[in-house]
Design a protein around this ligand. Structure first.
Ligand code: URA
Length: 208
């Protein structure tokens, strides 16, 4: 099953702090980025390497570097912005493809309202970032549009995942690996993850 719940002590500790309702916006924001960095470390473990020969202090040295086109990070607006810097801290050369998804109030389907994708997606790994994988509607719609644009290698980084969201991604895109700090219990009647983090966008932007 391509779901990776990263049970590293640093992640468990930071996520535990984030669950506190009274945590400040500043701390919530910082921990979102820190966990995003730790998830990035895991999600990039198998990036292909190539050899290079560089001029070192004592002459030519054989080194390794990441092969191929640069990664693209895909924040799903708005809350995904809260994880972007955390990914870029580890992969500073990554290109950013912003995606906005809104629910169509008539059909209730998740539909893109913004797609600012970088070029040559067929040669890039896309790392989608969104703190909460709840119903999975936005994630599935984002993967749909990335694949339509030619991307063949997509991974999703989420702070917290609900089983319902995981199932939706697995059903529509079984090739997409999900990296998460926690698989939580369920969604409540309003679509919030339990125990979850509350409204992650509001907590990151201080709008609650
Ligand atoms: N979006 C959030 O911000 N929180 C949830 O629990 C579900 C969706």
């Amino acid at each position: 099953m391509p779901v990776h719940e990263i049970r590293h002590p640093l992640i468990r500790h930071k996520l535990g702090l984030m669950r506190k309702a009274e945590l400040s916006t500043k701390n919530f924001r910082e921990m979102s980025q820190e966990i995003a960095s730790l998830l990035t470390y895991e999600a990039s473990k198998d990036l292909p390497l190539e050899h290079d020969t560089i001029e070192g202090w004592c002459g030519p040295v054989d080194v390794e570097k990441i092969a191929g086109k640069k990664v693209t990070v895909v924040p799903i607006l708005r809350a995904g912005i809260g994880m972007l810097e955390g990914v870029l801290n580890l992969i500073p050369g990554a290109k950013v493809s912003a995606v906005g998804i809104a629910r169509n109030e008539e059909t209730l389907e998740a539909q893109p309202y913004l797609e600012r994708l970088v070029g040559q997606l067929e040669q890039r790994l896309a790392l989608i970032v969104d703190p909460m994988l709840a119903t999975g509607g936005s994630m599935v719609a984002t993967i749909d549009l990335l694949k339509k644009a030619g991307c063949r290698n997509v991974r999703a980084l989420v702070l917290v995942a609900a089983p319902e969201g995981i199932a939706a991604v697995e059903e529509h895109h079984p090739d997409v690996h999900i990296y998460t700090a926690s698989i939580d219990s369920h969604l409540d009647a309003n679509g919030y993850i339990v125990p979850g983090l509350g409204d992650a966008g509001d907590r990151i932007f201080g709008t609650r």
